[in-house]
Design a protein around this ligand. Sequence first.
Ligand code: PMP
Length: 337
Amino acid sequence: MWLNNILETIGNTPLIKLNKVAKELPCTVLAKVDYFNPGNSIKDRMALKMVEVAEQEGRLKPGGTIIEGTSGNTGMGLALAACVKGYKCIFVTTDKQSKEKADILKAVGAEVIVCPTNVLPEDPRSYYSVAKRLGKEVPNSVYMNQYDNLANRQAHYESTGPEIWQQTEGKITHLVCTAGTGGTITGTAMYLKEQNPNIKIWAIDVYGSLLTKYYRTGEIDMNQVHPYISEGFGEDFVPQNYDMSVIDYFEQVTDKDGAIMARRLAKEEGLFCGYSAGSCLQGLMQLKASLTPNDLVVCILHDHGSRYVGKIYNDQWMMERGFLEVKTFKDIVSGRI
Ligand code: PMP
């Protein structure tokens, strides 16, 4: 038996019990390990959906060009869909992103345009402005805009949510998920709450993002916004993919705690995941007082650790940021590290 193309391997990812890192919690914790997708992240699901919806709406036509502001997971998913379906891809990214990320996207056939980081979004040189402009200027092109394109959350309503419901045989009590564009948490939660409105949905955010304060007060407080190191989640605006009414709580995690927890997931469970996976689990740990032995928690782990080998999985990088204690000769000799 064979599959017709790589896109048919998207979804149906495993749900795996955490045996060591979650020991201090009173309940069972399961990880939805979405690095099993072909592009190594959950974003393959929504990338394919955005392409399919654009095709159905007649916005994306044969030989067309897909345009998106992305450097990572969404770009990979879009590029895979484009390879199989015969579209071109132009991705606009910033010079803050590593060269490897652009090279990975080029390897799967995309063109990558690099824009300066330190300009305001409304500046014509910003990656946001350039992506939007290309969407207007390049003939037969579609600017996907994962933030406000509701096909993003629809993908999770149609796949991630039903998979989790079936894999837990309807026994899930809590969903824990990092929040960026809001697509994953909103779409998955919309489906799960339709099955059982008592399921608790906990969003995990990072310090420096305005989402948590917005959720709690309805206020867009730019004073909350400051640069952070964590990747893939947190925002400095509120994308249209959010429906805050399906979310029960927002918790914030520090850059350091998320990074340390990602390393624990890799070492203790063999789950070599990205930064946001560590943050997701760390957020859950911070909320452990709200859990009971009968709970069945599902954490979504968005992507694979290979994209972070030069960062959270690099001791030097961790030490430079004060996330890991500097090794001394005495530590090494005494076998402490
Ligand atoms: N983690 C990673 C690694 C991601 O790429 C994303 C997507 N930005 C998220 C978490 C957050 O998911 P979403 O955008 O669906 O809220």
